[in-house]
Structure formats: C-alpha cells, structure tokens
Design a protein. Structure first.
Length: 360
C-alpha cells in the first residue's frame, strides 16, 4: 500500500473521516502518515463545509498501536533511512498532537481496539474519545527503554491519585471502564453501535456555532455503561505503593505487601524490575516535574527527553529485544537502579539549545 492507501480521507455530510488503514501493523503510524494526517487536519479546520472530524482505525483489532519506532531504531542505528528521523519523527508527531488538541471543531476518535503510544497521542489529546468493549489502552514505553510521551506528562498526571504513575511506569493495560475512569475516553459505545453512530453523525442538521453541543448530545444518546472500573477498586493500593518520589521505595512498598493485594503487588514489582532502570527513573522524574503542565509544556519536555534517549543505548536495546529479535531479553545499560546517579537522571532534562521543540 501507499501512504495514500494507508491514510484514507473521506468527507460526507459535514463529517470528515480519517481512517488509518494499516491493520497488518496494528495501524502504527510512520512519519509519512503524519505528513498526510497534518495537512488534512489543517485543511478541515479551514473548510466551512467540514463541521466535525472522525478518526478511526481499520481492521477491527487496533485503533492505533503507536508510532513506527522500528523505523526510528533503524535510522538511529544507521541501518536504514535518514539519521535525522530520530529528531524529525518526534517533532512532527508532537506538532500534530498539538494541532489535534487545538482543533477548533469536534474531533472524535473511535478508540476501538488496541491503543498505545502514538495512538493515545492522536486520541486522548482530542475533544471526544469513544471507547468500546474492544478498547485496550497502554503506555508501554518503559519496556523498550523509552518513557511515556505524546502528551502523557499531562494526561497520565491527570488520572485519579497515583494511577498515572502506575500506568506510566508499569505499562499496565486497561480496558474501556478504566479508560473512562482515567479520562482517556469520554464515552463508551458498544462496537455493534458504531455504524449507527456514524450514520447519525452524517445526518446531523448542523447549526453554526453549536457543533460541539450537537456532537455532545448525540454521543450522550449512544453512550452506555461499561461496568465498574477495576482501577477504581485498586486505587487505594496504587496510591499507597506509588506515592514515593523515588523508584526504590516504590519497589520496597510493593515487596512489603502481605495482605489481600500481595499477589498484585508482587507481580507489579516483578514487572517493574524487567523495565529499563533508566526509563523508570526518568519517567518518575518526568511525572514529578511535569505535574500541572499544559499540553504544550508537556510536549516541549517530552521532546527534550526523546533526544537524550536517542543519544543513549536503552531505547535501541529495548526495541531490539521486543520488536527486532523478539528474545525479550534486553541488556540495559546501566543494568540496575543503583548504578544510576541523580546527575545522570538530571542530564535527560537538560535543554537542547537550538534543538528544542518550538511552536509557531
């Protein structure tokens, strides 16, 4: 397929639809996809015939499993592609996310299926996010030697209690009820109702200046209850275990659990110990430093972090172990939390000078 085949654009009845049509790759997005997405969105913002935008993924398994980090890996390792991709990919991705967040018309992401990394970036940062019973959300970046980005500094910090820290550090997966509870989704609609919702959107008799009210009213008609959120019940344990401002006491708190949550605590601790130690320390510092950031501040910080990670080793080793060789045996450098001094963590937050992300 060409990029035009993989990013399909369609307009009817005031609704512009962008479909990510790359199901064999779980609708992961390349730089060329972002370069097709961004001008389409800009054009729709200016087109008076377009009243709302719908973004969805094809294939039924995924909305969007993230950005094409394999291409970034190959560029950074000098295997294939332009070496500048390690900077350009993140810059253009983040600029698009900012435009999604600022989009002046209703932006509706149908988050049906797997939604990770970049998929969260193009959905959570928009106005409306429709989860279904097939929604599976995660930010798994610490497992590949990176950190939760695409605005996660903001949206994970806005979760109840310490749940954002828990999700960002562990990469834990959540379904629709938890996505609503955390604010990742705004509505739950059963998959079997999506076609009817699409038809109803096409039939709206648009009224100038009332588009957001009209979309909100329609979505309320289709919204259903996904049931209780497991994270709500687990929140007291998460808040107690993830309240410290350092990774080591979090691990100690998980190890000390001997009550009814002992199994969860031990599994969580074991999972954390498999992540990149550098990613864990930088991610926790990211959440602390970025508490209260708006999206633009979050993206500036995250871009800075990406470039420091691109200059280190763990991202490349993590992608190798998880996506290239698939041996699931990354050799992190440094290999332990104890080897990572505070000044090393601090270095990841150092300004980039002329290389900083800037918005026009």
């Amino acid at each position: 397929m060409t990029e035009a085949d993989e990013i399909q654009l369609h307009c009817v009845g005031g609704i512009a639809t962008l479909t990510i049509n790359r199901p064999q790759a779980l609708n992961a997005l390349t730089l060329e996809h972002y370069r097709r997405f961004a001008p389409a969105l800009a054009g729709w913002a200016e087109d008076p015939a377009v009243r709302a935008v719908v973004v969805r993924g094809a294939g039924g398994r995924a909305f969007c499993a993230g950005g094409d980090v394999r291409a970034v890996y190959e560029a950074g390792r000098g295997i294939a592609g332009d070496p500048s991709l390690t900077a350009v990919f993140f810059r253009e991705e983040y600029l698009l996310i900012r435009e999604i967040h600022r989009f002046p018309k209703p932006y509706i992401a149908i988050v049906d299926g797997i939604t990770m990394g970049g998929g969260a970036g193009i959905s959570i940062n928009g106005a409306y996010r429709i989860a279904t019973e097939r929604t599976l959300f995660a930010m798994p970046e610490t497992a590949i030697g990176l950190f939760p980005d695409v605005g996660a500094t903001r949206f994970l910090n806005r979760c109840p209690g310490r749940i954002g820290r828990y999700l960002g550090l562990t990469g834990a997966r959540v379904a629709a009820a938890d996505a609503l509870y955390c604010g990742f989704a705004t509505h739950f609609v059963a998959t079997e109702q999506l076609d009817a919702l699409s038809c109803a959107l096409d039939r709206i008799a648009w009224q100038m200046g009332r588009e957001f009210d009209q979309v909100a009213a329609l979505l309320a008609e289709f919204a259903a209850d996904p049931g209780p959120a497991p994270l709500a019940a687990l929140r007291p344990e998460i808040d107690r275990r993830f309240s410290a401002n350092a990774i080591e006491p979090i691990l100690d708190a998980l190890a000390a659990e001997s009550g009814g949550a002992a199994e969860w605590a031990m599994a969580t601790r074991d999972g954390l110990l498999k992540k990149s130690p550098t990613s864990l320390k930088v991610t926790l510092r990211q959440f602390i430093e970025g508490c209260g950031f708006d999206l633009q501040q979050a993206l500036v910080l995250e871009y800075r972090l990406t470039q420091h990670f691109m200059s280190a080793s763990d991202f490349y080793e993590g992608v190798r172990a998880v996506l290239i060789d698939k041996d699931q045996q990354p050799h992190w450098q440094p290999a332990t939390l104890a080897e990572i001094a505070d000044d090393v963590v601090e270095s990841y937050f150092a300004p980039l000078g002329d290389g900083e992300l800037r918005f026009g």
